[in-house]
Design a protein around this ligand. Structure first.
Ligand code: C5P
Length: 238
């Protein structure tokens, strides 16, 4: 597998388990990481995750856990026992919740990467002010990235545009970046950048869904994005 594919995560945002299964079968050997969100997890649960794990894919379970610390401790212990590559937590749950998630992972003796989600990219300044009056969105992002670093979380999910702030405040954590588009794409992601630029700017992994899922030739789309990632890696070493 080339270096580009080692950094590409497919967002498997499909409605039916059967569709997900067929799609992954067509990409076996072409792709390593797969992100499963609430939709498909609700339909397929762990039987489906174990099935795709057995196919050789590394699983990123994007459940954005957000609850009282004790509940998140127990949930993380259970989920991290399942041989996942990564699991997301919502940083809005606060320091104690993030610490307890880490303790849950440790209790499970697991190597699952815990990833913090700082502020959902669906917020704009007005909708953010409704739920967090008095705290600007950039401030929240920076504080939450620092909280991930302080609590021993492994990585952070952030938009391409937030990479500089997140990399500074969350120094030492790896970054996973959705909202990445080949230059030609045209859909509803507003805060986007190309794979090459995102990797050149220091992202460790990129998450791509529709540009692969909707491509007429998915293997070609995966290979072309991987090539763009490799170009980005070259820019880093210049
Ligand atoms: O289809 P697309 O490439 O936009 O998919 C991006 C994936 O990343 C989706 O699964 C979406 O839920 C997720 N995501 C995102 N923005 C975030 C966090 C996750 O688009 N801030």
């Amino acid at each position: 597998m080339n270096n580009g594919l080692e950094r590409l995560i497919l967002a498997l945002d499909v409605e039916r388990v059967e569709e997900g299964r067929e799609l992954l079968a067509s990409l076996e050997g072409e792709l390593k990481y797969v992100k499963i969100g609430h939709q498909l997890y609700a339909r397929g649960g762990f039987p489906f995750l174990r099935e795709i794990g057995a196919m050789g894919f590394s699983i990123f379970l994007d459940l954005k856990l957000h609850d009282i610390p004790n509940t998140v401790f127990q949930a993380t212990e259970a989920l991290a026992s399942e041989n996942l590559w990564a699991l997301t937590l919502h940083c809005g749950g606060g320091r104690k919740m993030l610490e307890e998630a880490r303790r849950g992972k440790e209790k499970a003796g697991s190597r699952t990467n815990l990833l913090g989600v700082t502020v959902l990219t669906s917020f704009d300044d007005a909708s953010w002010a409704e739920v967090a009056p008095g705290c600007s969105l950039p401030d929240a992002l920076e504080k939450r990235a620092a909280l991930c670093r302080e609590t021993g979380i492994d990585g952070i999910v952030c938009s391409p545009l937030d990479l500089p702030v997140v990399r500074a405040a969350g120094e030492g954590l790896f970054t996973v970046v959705p909202g990445v588009r080949p230059a030609s794409a045209d859909d509803d992601q507003a805060r986007v950048a190309t794979p090459q630029k995102t990797i050149a700017n220091g992202a460790d992994y990129i998450v791509v869904g529709r540009p692969i899922l909707n491509a007429p030739n998915r293997i070609a789309a995966v290979r072309s994005i991987a090539a763009s990632i490799e170009e980005g890696l070259k820019c880093r070493s210049l």
